[in-house]
Design a binder for this molecule. Structure first.
Ligand code: SF4
Length: 781
């Protein structure tokens, strides 16, 4: 396979860039390319510095790192009001990344904006639609066949509108971003909730909905509520079985799934240097599980090493020159401070059903016995964007090698998902893949696979209670295999490997013994592996398509009869009236993630077809009235039926409706379909105790009203058979609560107050019917 430098040469040729031109770009101090793939798009540290200086002078206080990067990207640093947790910032991100499931809707929205080209460097990554069935090559072939129409749409839309396209098989979006596009100080937005992975390379990388991506691609400043900053001070150093994953599993246990809401988590302290760059990425990646806006590490020698190994010494050199702006100021203030001594940190495993249920590995077996969770591990799965680095694979292989030396293989099934084609090719070359196969593993395609429910699981029947352990980031009910009885736990890849070898949750590799084929007992040594390959990375196959210089003749086909893609119709404008007599579609009980609102797995194939995917609306949410999923009362017929069917009935009969939700409604993935679907089927408002940040913004973008009970106890005043009237929309203003009249079927009424977080711009979106409608209005003015 070709070394990295050859890949770059190949790309330069493909891009029509003469080599001396790129070399000269890379040598100039002030003009370093953001990425090898875009030699004419430069890193603007000079602008970052200028903006930081303006804001620092105004605020007259030391700044945290995330403040520097965020404020360094302000559209108007001299005038923008900056107050953490209060004001809305208008930002100019450097780039956009989209995964294939969300890119379909983002590109459909971009097409409907009527703009000719994207305004900032953007990329599409084909990773979510590849189902794990037989193993890497076969699964990839099958996916290319099944998803041909979607891949063709994304490739041609990318070519037409100037977006780089990473073909299926290239790898998982966040790994590719880390390898090629993230750099210290970048502000990147991505249509995937684990975009924060890039914080491992010192960037502020934020997961957003497709409509936000459309704003940035259209060159419109992007709005973000000025984040609070949670500091995590790391002391001591990682060693033994403890890994970067344990840092975030511990933080998740402390902050819980909503503890990071509205905040950036900023790691600092002497312990940072003991963590590899890809390890820092793991920690930032899973910051999404605590609801954080994003997470970030300060620029250090580990990042420099990673940049150099991935062919970006030029960026590292430039970052060295601007280092003061890529680390926090001494004495800066955090809104909350957590301290973790890495010397005392123990390997953790979190779950089941939620990523913040933290247990030390030493204790999980006992807890599982007490709780009645199955101890037998049916499948161990390593990889995903969270943990698929060279180091992760090396540490897992180091564990597997010891088992093999004693004649053992995995007792559980075992799968490996390389994060990128580069990782796959390099671990094949360096022998890790072979070791993992020998211990019983199946190497899957470089894609999300079981992490997003793309798993043709055969070993159990649906409804069968079982346990799996993964090195992924999310373990909500049904996420991996659509079986609500699968108890999924998340932990580091080396612990997954050890547990898959032992086959039971009761095994603690730090203290317990295994029995070798010869009958002798032995203990697994803590794994030791290189953080980066000693030789160059092997880039593997060329999987990138750069947009052509002239795309005027490029066609983008969307068939009107397609079941996978559908051009968008604009949503209706607000009619200027209060919302009278809204029917309650469902009053949700307990956790309602975006997986519950718009399920993934088999539904991923409809992500480009709004009407078809709307058939999964809220099918995973539990109805408070009967404790069941996907069973709600039709207020007209009084019959119970599926949620989407009931919503369609209401839409057909002109009945507008509302959803009542519990705490942290819409947590989890950033998927905007969870906002588009209720709007498409006639929803007008979602009223909850609280929202997850991205989902709340997504709802606003689609012209819905995300509202919260001024008094959370008012949740109990509403019954599924009531009707609601929302008043005050004519005077809709930031910070001003709306009134809600609850009309009970017995004729009595109650009035409650509803809060909202709309700012002026977002109120315009509501009035126009959606953010996209508003964008078109502005274009026409
Ligand atoms: S979390 Fe899973 S589904 Fe999401 S990008 Fe990462 S690997 Fe893919």
């Amino acid at each position: 396979m070709a070394p990295y430098s050859l890949l770059v040469t190949r790309l330069q040729k493909a891009l029509g860039v003469r080599q001396y031109h790129v070399a000269s770009v890379l040598c100039q101090r002030a003009k370093v390319a953001m990425s090898h793939f875009e030699p004419n798009e430069y890193i603007r540290y000079d602008l970052l510095e200028k903006n930081i200086n303006i804001v620092r002078k105004r605020l007259n206080r030391p700044l945290t790192l995330s403040e520097k990067i965020v404020y360094g990207h302000l559209d108007d640093p001299a005038k923008q009001e900056v107050e953490r947790g209060k004001t809305y910032l208008r930002l100019r991100p450097d780039r956009v990344a989209m995964q294939d499931a969300t890119a379909q809707m983002a590109m459909l929205q971009f097409i409907s904006s009527g703009l000719p080209k994207v305004a900032v460097p953007s990329t599409i990554h084909c990773d979510h639609l590849i189902e794990a069935q037989l193993g890497g090559e076969k699964d990839l072939r099958r996916a290319k066949d099944i998803n041909q129409e979607v891949y063709n749409f994304l490739a041609t839309a990318g070519a037409k509108y100037g977006v780089g396209f990473w073909r299926p098989g290239s790898g998982i979006i966040h790994q590719i971003i880390l390898e090629n596009y993230a750099y210290p100080g970048v502000l990147l937005i991505g249509t995937d909730s684990h975009t924060p992975n890039g914080g491992g390379l010192g960037g502020i990388c934020i997961g957003v909905g497709g409509a936000d991506a459309v704003d940035v691609m259209a060159g419109i400043p992007w709005e973000l509520k000025c984040p609070k900053v949670i500091g995590v001070k790391l002391t001591g150093s990682l060693s033994g079985w403890t890994s970067p994953k344990d840092v975030i599993l511990k933080v998740a246990g402390i902050l819980t799934v909503k503890g990071g809401t509205g905040a950036i988590v900023e790691y600092h302290g002497p312990g940072v240097d003991s963590i590899s760059c890809t390890g820092m990425a793991t920690i930032c990646n899973m910051g999404a599980e605590i609801g954080a806006t994003t997470s970030v590490f300060p620029y250090n020698h580990r990042m420099k090493k990673y940049l150099s190994k991935t062919g970006r010494e030029d960026i590292a050199k430039l970052a060295d020159e601007y280092k003061d702006h890529l680390v926090p100021d001494p004495g800066c203030h955090y809104d909350q401070l957590i301290e973790i001594n890495l010397n005392e940190l123990k390997p953790h495993i979190n779950g089941p059903f939620t990523p913040d249920l933290a247990h030390p590995v030493a204790e999980v077996g006992t807890v599982a016995e007490k709780e009645g969770w199955p101890l037998d591990i049916r499948v161990g799965l390593i990889g995903s964007c969270t943990n698929s680095s060279y180091e992760d694979m090396g540490r897992s292989a180091a564990v597997a090698k010891q088992a093999l030396a004693h004649g053992l293989k995995c007792k559980s099934q075992f799968t490996i998902t390389p994060g990128s084609e580069q990782i796959r090719a390099t671990i094949e070359r360096d022998g890790y893949a072979q070791i993992l196969r020998e211990v019983g593993g199946i190497v899957l395609a470089n894609a999300c696979g079981p992490c997003i429910g793309q798993w043709d699981r055969k070993d159990i029947k649906k409804g069968e209670k079982n346990t799996i352990v993964t090195s992924y980031n999310r373990n909500f009910t049904g996420r991996n295999d659509a079986n609500p009885e699968t108890h999924a736990f998340v932990t580091s890849p080396e612990i997954v490997t050890a547990l898959a070898i032992a086959g039971t949750l009761k095994f603690n590799p730090e203290t317990d013994f295994l029995t070798g084929k010869d009958g002798k007992k032995f203990k697994l040594e803590a794994p030791d592996a290189d953080e980066l390959p000693q030789a160059e990375f092997d880039p593997g196959q060329d999987t990138y398509q750069h947009p052509p210089k002239d795309s005027s003749g490029q066609r983008v086909d969307v068939s009107p009869t397609s079941q996978r893609l559908q051009l968008l119709e604009p949503f209706d404008k607000w009619d200027g009236k209060d919302l009278e007599d809204l029917q309650i579609l469902i009053k949700v009980k307990g956790k309602c993630t975006t997986d519950h609102i718009s399920a993934a797995g088999p539904w991923l194939k409809f992500r480009g077809h709004l009407d078809n995917i709307s058939n999964n609306l809220l099918i995973g949410a539990i109805n408070v009235e009967n404790g069941k999923a996907n069973s709600v009362r039709n207020a007209v017929t009084q019959e119970f039926g599926p949620v989407p069917d009931t919503a369609r009935y209401y839409k057909k009969h002109g009945i507008r409706w509302v959803v009542i939700g519990d705490e942290n409604y819409g947590e989890g993935s950033s998927r905007e379909h969870a906002a588009l679907e209720p709007r498409h089927l006639g929803g007008r408002a979602i009223i909850t105790k609280s929202f997850a940040r991205i989902h709340e913004t997504n709802l606003k973008k689609q012209g819905l009203l995300p509202l919260t009970f001024a008094d959370p106890a008012d949740y109990n005043k509403i019954h599924p058979v009531d009707k609601l009237t929302i008043q005050g929309l004519k005077d809709f203003a930031p910070g001003k609560p709306l009134k809600c009249i609850i009309k009970h079927p017995n004729g009595t009424q109650e009035t409650i107050l509803l809060n909202h977080t709309f700012n002026e711009t977002q109120i315009e979106w509501f009035r126009a019917g959606s953010a996209l409608n508003r964008m078109k209005e502005l274009q026409q003015q």
